[in-house]
Write a protein that binds this ligand. Sequence first.
Ligand SMILES: C[S@@+](CC[C@H](N)C(=O)[O-])C[C@H]1O[C@@H](n2cnc3c(N)ncnc32)[C@H](O)[C@@H]1O
Length: 289
Amino acid sequence: MSESAVQIIARGPRFIAETAAEALDADPMLEGATYSILEEDEDRGIWRIDAFPTTDEEAEGVEATLKAHDGLSVTVEKLADADWLAMSLSGLPPVRAGRFFVYGAHDQGRVPRNTVNLKIDAGAAFGTGHHGTTVGCLQAFDELLKRERFERVLDVGCGTGILAIAAAKSGSKVAVGTDIDAPSVRIANENAKLNMADARFVHASGLNDRKVRGQGPYDLVFANILAPPLVSLSQDIKEALHIGGVAILSGLLRTQERRVTAAYLSRGFVLERRIHRDAWSALVLRRMG
Ligand SMILES: C[S@@+](CC[C@H](N)C(=O)[O-])C[C@H]1O[C@@H](n2cnc3c(N)ncnc32)[C@H](O)[C@@H]1O
């Protein structure tokens, strides 16, 4: 692990930022590297990549890849201590996505009455509602809820548990989440309690865990993970769903849509909707056969 954590920031025009993001995705040495890409300044057309490497090798690889793209200005900032994620995210404004309102402790007094409110504080797990992928999933879910009910919901890659908690708080009888990261599962279970939501979270790799399978088949599966696991889990996600059930997939860049969609179409899904947020995409796919 790094002696001190760093955040690597790259700014530049959209095309160059997206090309650099694709280069990060394509490098097998950087498979685990976490980054976000978003439009920072619409008027000036500036896009921004924030990368949060967890090892020195990853930091060197990410920095070198970003610097190899002419037109990006790249800076590396040292972060003070292990609480850097919480520190960098504390004070973030609440997020509204359809009926869902996601807020932190500092916004306790500003919660509307007519929304489904999700209290999620920034911490060591992904999913405060500020990332384009999470917002895309919540928006897609909100749209579907206008005409359908989802009794049984599974959230693959639950992070903070935000999506399963959203399901439990908007009428789903069964809301199960799973993550390969044990601390995320602990935090998700704490968040469920904090939100008085009947959602359960299981530490597991993939969908074959007994506790995950045992609650299925599901009416809806969220999977906000990266494009490669979305492709490799496509058969498992299909088997976890009823025929007619819906998968809301995110964690993929717009440039990766075709690859992910193809894996699901070939397994009998139809694509119902795409939601774009910054460079990210959320896909709504229905299992037809
Ligand atoms: C982008 S975060 C999504 C968090 C949250 N669901 C949200 O929408 O904000 C992805 C999460 O997926 C987990 N993950 C990655 N690959 C996974 C896999 N194959 N099975 C289960 N969880 C996975 C990561 O540990 C991480 O917590």
